[in-house]
Design a protein around this ligand. Sequence first.
Ligand code: CO
Length: 134
Amino acid sequence: MLGRLNHVAIAVKDIAAATRLYRETLGAAVSAPQDLPEHGVRVVFVTLPNTKIEFLEPLGVASPIAKFLEKNPDGGMHHLCYEVGDIRAARDALIAGGLRILGDGEPKIGAHGKPVLFLHPKDCLGTLTELEEV
Ligand code: CO
């Protein structure tokens, strides 16, 4: 079911500072910021030879990462994202296997314009896990 690691996401309080760290100090290619109001986040992507790193900054008052940053004020790893070929088939197989899907269970359009879903972290080794259809 699982394909490539699409990205590792890091929640940050200051996406401009995170961009400077990766662009200027670590010498990586960093995208322009993109607002995703439907997900309550502003994102940038760092493109590495074998995967991407996603920075998430809270956007709006009800951002789902605000609480995470209260617990992790320096920022921290927020989720992993794996690629799948057919996200609805993957979802149905995972539900049949006893895993919980966050939200209403319907894929939403993510930062790459592709359908995404999140699996409950308590069912995935304490790690929030995103699936993206490619
Ligand atoms: Co993600």
